[in-house]
Design a protein around this ligand. Structure first.
Ligand SMILES: Nc1ncnc2c1ncn2[C@@H]1O[C@H](COP(=O)(O)OP(=O)(O)OP(=O)(O)O)[C@@H](O)[C@H]1O
Ligand SMILES: [Mg+2]
Length: 406
């Protein structure tokens, strides 16, 4: 029985009325019921994971596990053991026999995110499991078999990686047979209105905030911006502006102010920044600048609390951000009075009682929160590799390493 597109859209929560989104939905409807591997490509934040989940939901394997593996986040040294499992004693630290993700996903679906990041040696093994379901645990000579459906995603151009020699051509050909290309948000600006509406409703509802909607001109302005971070960036923006303009109807001025605030390097001569051609890198630098700015403000708020004798939860950046919207707490003005002495990030009396690892953990936690748990951006902002970040997250027990849905 063919899948009804409207039902699929409702069930999957994929918002959009553009041709691009219609085509994606049609592809999902076509490929979901067939047990075939799928490659989803597209820029960061375009909804690749949403699509992967929609495929699994509409497939025959809907009641079996969906195992999500971020290939870019697993340290190279253990990626094969993570994917295929290992035998006790096969390497230092292998104290038990261990199942890999492919084994856990047996009868279900595996989502290999950022497949372009897998090391070449692992790619050979992926090809084998893709073609025949066969694999071996690390340190074992026995061939095992798994019945999984593979969905892979990449925000890299795999063809370019093949040319550069970092991605195997045979694996690329095998993967690209069925592929879904996610359009960037700037290629489907008509979806911006419905997306903002949905994100705003969800956010205000779950946070018990008053929501009065966006003025049509405000939405029109949002359509002029390039959204290098695509839907994820739009979602973050929507949530942020709702917090800053608490309870107000969102006007074109608010959007303009917030856009130029968020991206301070933009051309100040125009009333609105024209950011359509802004590269992702630049947008990320802007985000980082903004993060630093917020951190600085946080410090000032803490400073103020210290002077006032109360150090409370206000060091939480999200709470501080809300404070920015409140009249009366004019942080920018205050910052002029703060002396160089006061700008120190670490209080003198904390010295002798302070560990680098704690500072590191704090920086990671706050950056994660700031970047809405986007680990790639967090890693970049902290100047560490994504792999290192994942290791630290695990080390500090900040978040579960790999998401698994069952
Ligand atoms: N069409 C859509 N409708 C509703 N929400 C969407 C849509 N596309 C993306 N989102 C939301 O945007 C955010 C980013 O989506 P997702 O994680 O699927 O992107 P991605 O392509 O996997 O990004 P990355 O390459 O950075 O991993 C999520 O919060 C997701 O729910
Ligand atoms: Mg993703």
């Amino acid at each position: 029985m063919p899948i009804d597109i409207n039902k699929l859209q409702k069930q999957s929560g994929i918002i959009g009325t553009s041709d691009g989104i219609r085509q994606v939905l049609e592809m999902i409807a076509q490929v979901a019921p067939v047990d075939i591997s799928v490659l989803i490509s597209g820029e960061s934040g375009t909804g690749k994971e949403v699509v992967a989940k929609a495929i699994q939901k509409s497939s025959k394997r809907t009641n079996t596990p969906l195992v999500i593996v971020n290939c870019g986040a697993i340290p190279e040294g253990i990626i094969e053991s993570e994917l295929f499992g290992h035998k006790k004693g096969s390497f230092t630290g292998a104290t038990e026999n261990r199942k890999g993700y492919f084994e856990e996903a047996d009868k279900g679906t595996i989502f290999l995110d950022e497949i372009g990041e897998t090391p070449l040696e692992t790619q050979v093994k992926l090809l084998r499991v893709l073609e025949s379901g066969e694999y071996m645990r690390v340190g074992e000579a026995k061939t095992r078999y798994t019945d999984v459906r593979i969905i892979a995603a990449t925000n890299k151009n795999l063809e370019e990686l093949v040319q550069k020699g970092s991605f195997r051509q045979d694996l690329y050909f095998r993967l690209k047979t069925v592929s879904i290309e996610m359009p960037s948000l700037r290629e489907r600006v008509e979806d911006i209105g419905p997306l903002v509406e949905r994100f705003a409703l969800e956010f205000t509802r779950s946070n018990d905030l008053l929501y009065r909607g966006f003025m049509p001109e405000a939405i029109r302005t949002l359509k002029q911006y390039g959204w290098p971070g695509n839907v994820r960036e739009l979602k973050n923006f929507t949530e942020k502006i709702l917090v800053l303009e608490m309870g107000e109807r969102i006007t074109v001025d608010m959007v303009g102010r917030e856009l130029s605030d968020t991206f301070p390097v933009a051309d100040r001569n125009t009333a609105l920044p024209v950011l359509v051609n802004q590269s992702t890198d630049k947008a990320e630098i802007d985000l980082i600048l903004r993060q630093l700015f917020l951190l600085k403000q946080d410090t000032e708020v803490i400073q103020k609390m210290l002077v006032g004798g109360a150090v409370g939860e206000t060091s939480d950046s999200s709470i501080t951000m809300m404070d920015h919207g409140k009249p009366g707490l004019n942080i920018q003005e205050r910052s002029m009075e703060i002396t160089e002495e006061g700008q120190r990030l670490i209080r003198d009396d904390a010295i002798g009682d302070m560990k680098i690892s704690e500072l590191e953990e704090e920086a990671i936690r706050r950056s994660l929160r700031f970047f809405n748990h986007n680990r790639r951006k967090t890693a970049r902002s902290l100047g560490m590799s994504e792999r290192t970040l994942y290791r630290k997250i695990e080390e500090f027990g900040i978040e579960p390493k790999i998401k698994r849905n069952s």
